[in-house]
Design a protein around this ligand. Structure first.
Ligand code: SF4
Length: 494
């Protein structure tokens, strides 16, 4: 659908336009072709709303101007009237020169000035947040509000919950007025360019580039990147700018990278296997990795969740909370493993039960194999900090940990169909022929979101039990999968 007279640009569409004019064009001319946010993106938005509501408590007497209003003209009318009351305004909408701003909080100052306060659930100020505020300040000033200062109210990562969440301690206020002023002159000409883009009959021709994921992952990536083959130069391990250089020189496939291009050892392996279609196997290195395993071996995996507003005492914003583990213990290679598992239930802090159960089944002998030890060790360290009574056994477990990611990160084994990834999801199918595709939950982020949904989201008991079963299958496959991978490596090394 082509729009003859484009409507106002909101701050989010303005930011879209800054990221890519093709994305902006689609937003106004073919919106149905932009995929809806997935569950993970939606969860981020939901966390943002919760944090926004908490921030409003810092402005008692504030007026909720337009939270439940969808009619554009009504939003403007209500905002104009509410501004006369000289009280804090939540989501007050004003227009100027084609821009439409609706700040989280407008706070009156003195007789006729206002401060803009934009609330973010992140723990730091990002450039895109300042740009967002610059756009809003441009619109509000143009609409006749005197903007005095611009603030970003973000989450303080050092906050620790003790009892009810105290918004005064939970947030940090960053004055970004100077940075905003520096950008203000750019806004008007950019708006004009964006309206010109929106009026184009055809989508603008924009090549893919680093802007496709900066500052946000573009929802049109599948569409614009579809021309690339599965084995493209973008699979280069830590390829960075090299990938773009190669593409600009017309090199699309990994196997076509010329010999004179400077590649790391791992990237050279990638080019080689892309050409031969055969995996690279360093049997000596794999054998020496396997030699390090001391039986009985415990294959261990954790699942965690994190929320912006901590759910329990002792937690900081976005801190990982362990809620599930799976542990397969194998007495010797090829022997049927015994399985231990824990999945928290109810709405309480899962960490004490998690620790109690893990302590009871991890034993004191043999290697503990995990996939990506940085994560599991980080979780254990945080648990030891929070529950010092468990420090002794946690510290005894840590030296037993061996990372099964290591041989794949080192490219001691690399299969062309890993497509540059050393994750267990990439390694398991190529080494064992098994995969996660028949599981309802297929990766950790979904596991966290599903756990939160069915334990804190008020769902029916039948649904809760169904998802708990899915979570158990998923986490169990992570540890069983590690046994299958180890067995496969053993076979490779003879
Ligand atoms: S994927 Fe990249 S080129 Fe395509 S619309 Fe998005 S940002 Fe623009």
């Amino acid at each position: 659908m082509t729009i003859a007279h484009p409507p106002s640009l909101s701050k989010s569409t303005f930011l879209m336009g800054r990221q890519c004019s093709k994305l902006l064009w689609f937003r106004y001319n073919a919106r149905d072709q932009i995929p809806a946010p997935d569950e993970a993106q939606q969860a981020v938005f939901d966390q943002g709303h919760e944090v926004g509501n908490l921030a409003k408590q810092l402005f008692p007497g504030g007026i909720e101007v337009s939270a439940d209003v969808t009619d554009f003209a009504q939003v403007l009318q209500r905002s104009l009237e509410a501004a006369k009351a000289r009280k804090p305004l939540f989501e007050a909408g004003f227009v100027y020169n084609g821009g439409f701003a609706r700040a989280d909080i407008l706070n009156p100052v003195g007789r006729n000035e206002w401060d803009i306060i934009e609330v973010k659930s992140s723990t730091e100020v990002k450039d895109v947040n300042v740009l967002d505020l610059a756009f809003q300040a441009f619109v509000y000033n143009g609409a006749g509000l005197n903007i005095r200062r611009c603030y970003l109210m973000h989450v303080d990562r050092n906050y620790v919950r003790r009892g009810a969440v105290d918004p005064k301690k939970f947030f940090k206020l960053a004055d970004v007025t100077k940075d905003v002023s520096g950008l203000s002159r750019e806004i008007e000409p950019q708006l004009e360019d964006m309206f010109a883009t929106i009026r184009l009959k055809q989508e603008p021709e924009i090549k893919i580039g680093p802007h496709c994921s900066d500052p946000y992952d573009c929802p049109l990536t599948d569409r614009c990147w579809a021309f690339l083959p599965p084995d493209s130069v973008f699979n280069l391990y830590y390829g960075g700018k090299k990938c773009w250089r190669l593409l600009h020189e017309g090199v699309v496939n990994l196997k076509d990278i010329p010999d004179d291009v400077d590649l790391t050892d791992r990237q050279t392996i990638q080019r080689k296997v892309a050409g031969t279609g055969q995996p690279h196997i360093d049997r000596k290195a794999l054998a020496s990795f396997l030699k390090r395993l001391k039986y009985p071996v415990s294959y261990l995996d954790f699942e965690t969740f994190s929320t912006a507003i901590p759910l329990f005492d002792g937690l900081s914003p976005w801190q990982q909370v362990a809620f599930q583990f799976s542990l397969h213990r194998q007495a010797a290679p090829g022997v049927k493993p015994e399985h231990h598992a824990f999945l928290a239930d109810g709405c309480g802090d899962p960490r004490p039960d998690f620790l109690h159960r893990l302590c009871g089944c991890i034993g004191d002998k043999g290697s503990v194999i995990v996939y990506n030890a940085k994560f599991e060790v980080g979780v254990l360290d945080a648990l030891a900090d929070a529950f010092p009574e468990h420090v002794v056994w946690i510290e005894a477990v840590k030296p037993r940990i061996i990372d099964l990611l290591e041989p794949f990160q080192a490219f001691d084994y690399y299969h062309p169909e890993q497509y540059g990834s050393a994750s267990i999801k990439a390694v398991l199918p190529v080494l064992t022929g098994r995969s996660y595709t028949d599981l309802e939950i297929q990766e950790g982020n979904t596991a966290s979101l599903e756990f939160l949904r069915v334990h804190f989201g008020g769902v029916a008991e039948a649904e809760r039990q169904k998802v708990r079963g899915q979570l158990e299958r998923y986490c169990s496959q992570d540890t069983e999968g590690m046994i299958w991978i180890t067995d496969a490596l053993r076979q490779l090394t003879g």
